[in-house]
Design a protein around this ligand. Structure first.
Ligand code: BGP
Length: 477
């Protein structure tokens, strides 16, 4: 018998606007970052190297986010399927450029606001509570081209206007919010979260830590404003969390792993949860030639706008060694590290480590003592549709079962975990590769890497399995 989860545990699934909505030029929406990212292997290369060129080359590439999985027109059907699985919550993001098409105008786009009204109403009709990410890799393109995105302090003011607008509009419909998706990923791949790619490899740290400072102020303002406009709202940060293991017990490797853990995993959490820059930042900045421009009043805002909970994504752990050779690199894992001899990896090289989730939950709770919410987790895999139309994704069920067991253990360890929304509960466009064939869903979508397919939805084996998990509150795995 498995562990039953706490009463009221928030089971559900997670998505982001740019990866499922499509309709990229409908309803008055402006272009955003995701609209200019081509699909296929080239995406990862472009994402990781400095000097990304934002000009759309329609003839050369396919842009999978333009159509997504057409949630914009099919949300009713999709929400009915989520309800059939028994979802308590559904995580989605609001595309900033649907609300402010350019990002810097004074008046919002009513059609964009009305679209999310319809989506939230539909969710509530089925008794599903929305969990909204305010910014998920979707900076309006105009803000990128005109202002240099989060490099520029002006973005704080534009973001403030955007959050006031959506808090006001949805105050009776949305209680759970998160500010910036995977905010700490910015130092590795600034393009996604900060909307700019570094001007050079040498400039990457300076530019991304400055961009992060602007986001910290913006996020803290959002928390303050949200609490004023929506009493009782829960506003969280969102981290990409991969616990860092030392490759072996050599103290030099242990220290190296600890330092990586501090700067990658804890830096943003410390600022957003504790409201202060951590002590270890000073030395790191000095050694890496980073100088932050912090203006008067910024630190007070950060102090006053601490988050209510930590939302985080968990896909894998990371193993570190001070001196590593090329062959030891964990291939495919975009966060880096060396191969862990104890772990198997997904087809994309992401190491599978359910025990690492229990470790993560313990570490995060020990450090912060605020409620934790796993807002992404899952296995990207290629699915096969059988002749009778069935999809037997036992590998996905195995992955999720092991991770849910680890969550149960962590709760028993004393961790306050409030919910679980596996990533891509319906197949959608992959963020790092732009592929459709890297699937996470309980619901299959007939759509392929080249843009072909009917977009028809069907239930995978995992759909029925997850439905039972929710119905028994985690007891039947
Ligand atoms: C996270 C992002 C998601 C997402 C997921 C899976 O980093 O927040 O947007 O897509 O990872 O990654 P991928 O789609 O690259 O497999």
């Amino acid at each position: 018998m498995n562990r039953k989860f706490p009463e009221g545990f928030l089971w559900g699934g997670a998505t982001a606007a740019n990866q499922l909505e499509g309709a990229y030029q409908e309803g008055g929406k402006g272009l955003n970052l995701a609209d200019v990212l081509p699909g296929g292997k080239v995406r990862l290369e472009l994402l990781m190297k400095p000097g990304f060129n934002y000009e759309i080359d329609q003839d050369k590439y396919h842009y999978p986010n333009h159509e997504g999985i057409d949630f914009y027109h099919r949300y009713k059907e999709d929400i009915a399927l989520f309800a059939e699985m028994g979802f308590k919550v559904f995580r989605l993001s609001i595309a900033w450029s649907r609300i402010f098409p350019r990002g810097d105008e004074e008046t919002p786009n009513e059609e964009g606001l009305a679209f999310y009204d319809r989506v939230f109403d539909e969710l509530h009709k089925h008794g599903i509570e929305p969990v909204v990410t305010i910014s998920h890799y979707e900076t309006p393109l105009h803000l990128i081209k005109e202002y240099g995105a989060w490099k520029n302090r002006k973005l704080i003011g534009f973001f403030e206007r955007y959050v006031r607008t959506i808090f006001d509009r949805y105050k009776n419909k949305v209680k759970y919010w998160m500010t910036f998706n995977e905010i700490n990923g910015a130092t590795h791949f600034p393009l996604f979260g900060l909307g700019f790619s570094a001007s050079s490899e040498e400039a990457r740290l300076q530019e991304s830590f400055q961009g992060l400072h602007h986001q910290f102020v913006a996020s803290a303002l959002a928390v303050k404003i949200g609490h004023e406009i929506i009493p009782g709202s829960q506003i969280g940060c969102m981290l990409v969390y991969a616990p860092v293991y030392a490759y072996d017990s050599n103290p030099e490797n242990v220290m190296y792993a600890l330092k990586e853990e501090q700067i990658f995993n804890y830096y943003c959490g410390d600022v957003q949860v504790r409201g202060e820059y951590p002590a270890f930042a000073k030395r790191y900045f000095k050694e890496n030639g980073i100088k932050l421009d912090i203006q008067e009043g910024d630190l007070e805002i950060i102090k006053e706008g601490t988050v209510d909970y930590i939302g985080f994504s968990y896909y894998m752990s990371r193993t570190e060694k001070k001196e590593k050779t090329n062959e030891e690199n964990a291939s495919g894992n975009i966060i880096g590290g060396v191969k862990n001899p104890f772990l198997k990896a997904s087809d994309w090289g992401w190491e599978i480590d359910p025990e690492g989730l229990r470790i993560s939950l313990n570490k995060l709770y020990d450090r912060y003592q605020v409620p934790l919410f796993i807002v992404e987790n899952g296995l990207g895999a290629k699915d096969k549709v059988e002749e009778d139309g069935s999809i037997n994704d036992d590998y996905r069920i195995d992955y999720l079962r092991d991770h849910i067991k680890a969550m149960g253990e962590a709760i028993e360890d004393g961790v306050n975990l409030i919910g679980y929304t596996p990533w891509g509960c319906i197949d959608l466009v992959s963020a790092s590769t732009g592929e459709m064939s890297k699937r996470y869903g309980f619901i299959y979508v007939d759509r392929h890497d080249d843009g072909s397919g009917t977009l028809e939805r069907s239930r995978k084996k995992s759909f029925y399995w997850y439905k039972d998990v929710i119905a028994t509150n985690g007891e039947q795995l």
